[in-house]
Design a protein around this ligand. Sequence first.
Ligand code: ADP
Ligand code: MG
Length: 699
Amino acid sequence: MEKFSNINETLGMSSQFVKGVGPSRQILLERLGIHNVEDLLMHYPRGYYDRSNMTKICDIEVNSEITFKGVILVASLRKLRGGKTILRAAVGDETGRINLVFFNQPFLKQRFRQGDKVIVSGMVNLYRGEKQITAPECEFYSDDFEKEFIHTGRIVPVYPLTAGISQRMMRKIIKAALEKCKGGIEENMPVSLINSMNFPGREKAFWDIHYPPAFNYLDEAVRRLKFEEVFFIHLLLKKRRKKIREMNLRPKISPPYNFLKKFLHSLPFELTDAQKKVLYEIREDLESGKGLGRLLQGDVGSGKTIVGLASMIMAVDNGYQAAMMVPTEILARQHFEKTKAYLRDLPINVQFLIGAVKKTAKEKIYSDLELGNIDIIIGTQALIQEGISYKQLGLAVIDEQHRFGVKQRASLGKKNELPHFLVMTATPIPRSLAQIVYGDLKLSIIDKMPFGRREVKTKIVKENDRNKCYSFAREYFKKGMQAFLVSPLVEDSDKSDLKAAVSEFEKLQRDVFPDFPLGLLHGRMSYEEKSKAVEMFAKGEISALVTTTVIEVGLDIPNASLLIINNPERYGLAQLHQLRGRIGRGGNGGVCYLIPGEDISVSSLKRLNFFANTNDGFEVAEKDLQLRGPGEIWGLRQSGYPVFRLLNPISDNAIVTRSWEESDKLLEADPALREQENRVVANYFRLYYKPKMEIAEIG
Ligand code: ADP
Ligand code: MG
């Protein structure tokens, strides 16, 4: 029987029962994501003031931050015109005296009682030749009891706040939470692990991160708490993977692959060695009985779609259904059209589902999926809407995975029946991050391009030379080649932006390219309008698409070989690389012109220069990570995991790797976490960790 001490239960207790909180402040704390006592303990400081070094008054220097102890000698409040006030208090120690000044805080007067002891921290300035300290932080004390300072006289925490809760208030509340749990915060990791890692205990770590006796204590606390943040994610991912394997939820796939053979034969090209290798890895997983859960990574244009499609056909060969989910309607349409064409001569029913499909047609698709009449379905997030069920979904492919969260991947499955998973992305992911975001997936890489690395030349062009770009474009158009002209315009619902896109299009058509037909494509157009524009472009009926970032992912128009991007400085590097990936796909190379705004900053220009000098998606992604951090790019925030408060999955990769190893060891030795020493892990998991997860399990 498991037993919990009462104190341990306080961690899960609503934070309103902590001294100094109460129902009304609790409402404010909720805004900071603080619901229970543990959340309070995990409301870590965003920084610290070092107020631990005491000075004597005689040693105080102007323009320095100091802390000293003294006795209040005298205090006086002066009222000025307009209701303003000045409070002056003289404080002395055995070496001298100094004035403290407070503006417009008359209520402080009653705190400055002659003879009381005070500890003061602040910045020293000079006023009429005398040293004084304006608006210092003060903490009063008496010698009767050993007071523990929380605002001064030590290393002092500085917390993220919300309106209505002051810094001092927050310090008091968190101190009270620590006191409330004193002596009773249970461990959540096995003692042997804590010892071998040389970690402080959990309770000590909480005290030390809020009130470190010295900075080295803080470092140790942070090291442990960071480890915790990733350790439980790893345990969760691994338990999930194991459970899926053991329950044999995924269907068995095996030869013969008659459709697949015919499909591969009908392709106008042969698969590259890289594609073959990856397809083989996928096939091995499918047939192994353990199931396929893979991340397929390959630079833009490396030919991931065919691999995804081939995998789907293997499922169909075994009588299962397969689904491919993509982030945009245009991309869904494109994949659908191509797939239909490839499978023209095979008895495979391919269908298409996006939000814009009419109600009656949608209902037909729903029922055909349920009856098993549809073999392959390609669509957007419409595929994971409530109410869709498959007869037997064997494989789910997710394209451009980096645009979805982990949650969405999870929701493609069905209770007690899981499809195989293949997720594809062009944006390479550092290993430590993959162990978090994709910790339950294996990695396959397409490391060669179909035609060798495409020669896309990238040039930064000054605004003055814009017309030269346009002349160049005209030459292209004359030869029957096509272009994308990108402006960072619409996307959001802003009407003026919309107007700008339309007028940019009209201006280009009328003034710049009167003799070539242009098309317009932006995010505010209806699905029909969008697909019409793309279709005309694909057929070569228009020379250029004037567009926004809606073309960013996946679009594959082999004849497009020129790309002009206005204001490229407004995009992230990975996004620019995706944009650039739209051209040069026919194997004939391409040219990309970047026309930054004239007010571009030096650092932005440097960034663009870096981009212009590499075609390598991996290098670009790495730089992007350095510049923007992982949260932005990988949607960690939407991932469904509890947020990282301390850990940076990139720079703390050593911690991530160690956690990966330790979680392996632990689960190998005791898969159910039943051994006495490991129970604390299971308990913590169940009581505190799981309730914080948005997704508990797949399926
Ligand atoms: P991405 O990896 O960016 O999704 P796609 O799957 O869209 O790339 O492929 C890019 C282009 O290369 C497509 O036009 C596709 O038909 C073509 N392609 C894919 N594989 C090969 C191959 N083995 N040989 C020649 N062309 C290929
Ligand atoms: Mg693609």
